[in-house]
Design a protein around this ligand. Structure first.
Ligand code: PPE
Length: 305
């Protein structure tokens, strides 16, 4: 992560080094906050944010699940995101809005705590590495189970939800893998620690349903629409670990991860162990779309200037 100049905090742009919080911040102790991740891309018409409004709508909906009252309108925060991108110059390629319960009383109950809101930009580049983005990642199946929809508000991007993902990611890293695959309490595939999962089998595309305990990814939604537009059948269904081992292709999607080929799971090569044709086709199309090279999907680009 490369730092940028300014961070938007509660309505003001402050220097990166001054964007601090109090140690008694509720969210720091108990995870009472929500966040988003958005990408900024260069296009021939200038820089554009991918699906800004959809991300910010999810931000407000995530906040709703923890009764966190955001004291700005959707339009105001979309404008604040654009402004933060503008002031940070061309290096910033990833945006992190964050809203959280601030400081006041100790204890779990946050109802009387103030809401704090921040928007930071960083340079991220390829999420899990340039080489991995091209050749694919190696996954291990995590021994940590993904909580069920009964145990957590999984369609909300709540900070505290992510400790499960952090445990799984640490396990992957300590086993020399790039990323972890998370199974739910049924033993079915849920998602990666920060990505949704897709599989290609006999020319058809499958992805896991919300009932499997996943975040409803905006990249997942985009890829489903793009794939259907070019004639693929895309089905949401429960997927087992074994089905992934036996798939022709597996790939992951996410704002940070974009379209990420999976070349190995638990030391089993997927297909022939290199990115398959459907993955490569969708990866290329997605890249054209986010860089403004496909008129049909301009609706997803929000120009910064
Ligand atoms: N599942 C999870 C658990 C998740 O965190 C993400 C995004 C997705 C699926 C994909 O959602 P979408 O970005 O809307 O397509 N993960 C964000 C955080 C990554 C991080 O390391 O931080 C992201 O990609 O921005």
């Amino acid at each position: 992560m490369d730092i940028t100049e300014k961070i938007w905090m509660d309505g003001e742009l402050v220097d990166w080094k001054d964007a601090k919080v109090h140690i008694m911040t509720h969210a720091l102790h108990y995870g009472g906050g929500v966040f988003e991740g958005l990408r900024v891309y260069d296009t021939a018409r200038g820089r554009a944010i991918f699906r800004l409004r959809d991300h910010m709508r999810r931000f407000f909906n995530s906040a709703k699940t923890i009764y966190l009252d955001i004291p700005y309108s959707l339009d105001e925060l979309c404008e604040a995101v654009k402004e933060t991108v503008r002031v940070n110059g061309p290096k910033a390629d990833y945006i992190r809005p964050l809203a959280y319960y601030g400081t006041g009383v100790i204890g779990l109950n946050p109802v009387n705590l103030p809401t704090r809101v921040a928007i930071a930009c960083v340079h991220m580049g390829a999420y899990l590495g340039e080489e991995q983005q091209k050749k694919g990642v190696r996954l291990i199946t995590s021994s940590w189970e993904k909580p069920s929809n009964r145990a957590a508000a999984l369609q909300a991007k709540i900070c505290g939800n992510y400790i499960n993902s952090v445990l799984a990611r640490l396990e992957a890293v300590h086993h020399g893998a790039d990323e972890a695959l998370m199974l739910n309490s049924e033993g079915n595939v849920a998602e990666g620690t920060g990505e949704n999962v897709f599989m290609v089998k006999d020319g058809r595309i499958y992805t896991t349903p919300l009932s499997a305990g996943i975040l409803e990814g905006i990249t997942r939604n985009s890829i489903m629409e793009i794939a259907r537009d070019i004639g693929y059948e895309v089905t949401e269904k429960d997927i087992t670990r074994t089905e992934l081992y036996m798939a022709d292709e597996v790939f992951m999607t996410g704002t940070a991860a974009e379209v990420l080929p999976v070349r190995m799971i638990d030391e089993h090569p997927i297909g022939n162990g290199s990115p398959g044709p459907v993955t490569v086709e969708l990866q290329k199309m997605f890249s054209d779309i986010v860089h403004g090279r496909n008129e049909k999907y301009m609706k997803w680009l929000e120009f910064v200037d």
